[in-house]
Design a protein around this ligand. Structure first.
Ligand SMILES: *Cc1c(COP(=O)(O)O)cnc(C)c1O
Length: 393
């Protein structure tokens, strides 16, 4: 007997983890629009618009501001393979999973990697970067703006100055930050940056917006050896996104539609208003969690509004609570990675998921789950505390 397959029927989830986040209905509609050929003049115009809209959210004039046809990790790989040659000195700042991943990628490019580390939950100290840079000449300094594994926000400007004083390029991971907090590529002089579509851009996973500065492009065009990856060689991909329109690989047409719509939504909302919304919802969640005795993992003053990493209360079973949130409320939150496994929860309020109703929902769900484990919080107390924040804005 041949197996038969039923119609696809995924549940509607409230996605409050480290990504993907919930997608706006307009973005889902965009995915179902008629397919165009990837060389159709209409589609090429759409590519131009995506280029302009990406420049807007990245706050840059960089010409090479495009979407790599794969997820955020491919954007990371694209930044390294294009800028790093065998034997180059690369400094990587590591305070979580994604800094570690950068080291792995840089080493696979043949780089001599120097690590500057900070305890997980803390940001990288610019003084440590200054000291490490004194030891030599570096091709690249790489840093994560929003470390999704720990919920830490990283100030960039001083480290960017230090990198450039050394003659190095600055590479920044903006996968989780883009669309949730300010990402100012030109003002901060970031040379290579990559993001992902499924975090604060609230588009499905599948594309990685990147932006390379003229200084980065110059370094890439002066390489001695060819870029070691054919697919991610931006000197070839730029000829498709540029005016020559040279075929390289088939653009993921429907995903480009989706990204265009998600960027258009961001432009309609306004960057400042969007960042403010993320901040208010974070603050309300933080206030509600405090009434449940749940503390933040990330250091005060460096917390990300879109990724709330919190310490699991003593005696509480991580998986049991997360399973209950999913089965009873349809809520997905994230667990800890690496050394934080079983120790922290990561509650995402990203993009379209960053809404008052979700803050209230997750607070009520956590309160009920903790009460089932023997706590005695008066019903609705966490949500009530959060309401206090909302009524003050
Ligand atoms: C999610 C994430 C990535 C990886 O992106 P994928 O889309 O999962 O490949 C890289 N860096 C950070 C900071 C992330 O949060």
């Amino acid at each position: 007997m041949q197996k038969t397959y039923g119609e696809l029927n995924p549940s509607s989830r409230v996605l409050l983890g480290p990504g993907p986040s919930n997608v706006h209905p307009r973005v889902l509609d965009a995915l179902s629009k008629p397919l165009l050929g990837h060389m159709d003049p209409e589609f090429l115009e759409i590519l131009n618009e995506v280029n302009e809209l990406l420049q807007f959210v990245f706050q840059t004039k960089n010409k090479l501001t495009i979407a790599v046809s794969a997820t955020g990790s491919a954007g990371m790989e694209a930044c390294f393979v294009n800028s790093v040659e065998h034997g180059d000195n690369v400094l990587v700042c590591v305070n979580g999973v994604f800094g570690k991943r950068m080291c792995d990628v840089a080493e696979r490019c043949g780089a001599n990697v120097t690590r500057v580390e900070a305890e997980w939950g803390r940001s990288i100290d610019a003084e440590d970067v200054r000291r490490a840079l004194k030891k030599g000449k570096f091709k690249l300094v790489a840093i994560v703006h929003a470390e999704t594994s720990t919920g830490v926000r990283q100030p960039i400007e001083e480290i960017s100055r230090l990198a450039h004083d050394n003659g190095a390029l600055l590479l920044m991971d903006a996968v989780t930050s883009l669309g949730g907090i300010a990402v100012k590529l030109d003002e901060w002089e970031v040379d290579l940056c990559y993001s992902g579509t499924q975090k604060c851009l609230s588009c499905p996973p599948g594309l990685s917006p990147i932006s390379f500065s003229p200084r980065a492009m110059d370094a890439i065009h002066k390489r001695k050896a060819k870029v070691q990856s054919w697919y991610l060689d931006m000197t070839m991909v730029e000829q498709y996104w540029g005016k020559d329109r040279v075929y390289h690989h088939t653009a993921p047409v429907s995903m480009i539609y989706a990204l265009r719509e998600s960027l258009r939504i961001i432009q309609e909302e306004g960057l400042r208003q969007r960042f403010e919304r993320h901040y208010v919802n974070h603050h309300a969640l933080e206030t509600g969690l405090k009434t449940l005795g749940i503390d933040f993992f990330a250091e005060d003053g460096r917390r990300l509004p879109m990724l709330n990493a919190v310490t699991i209360p003593k005696g509480i079973d991580d998986l049991k609570i997360r399973r209950r949130l999913l089965s009873k409320y349809g809520i997905e939150i994230g667990g800890g990675l690496g050394p934080n496994k079983g120790q922290i929860w990561r509650i995402g309020l990203m993009g379209h998921s960053s809404r008052k109703e979700n803050v209230i929902l997750v607070l009520n769900a956590l309160e009920e789950a903790l009460n089932m484990e023997g706590a005695k919080f008066p019903e609705g107390s966490a949500a009530q505390a959060a309401e206090g924040v909302f009524s003050n804005v």
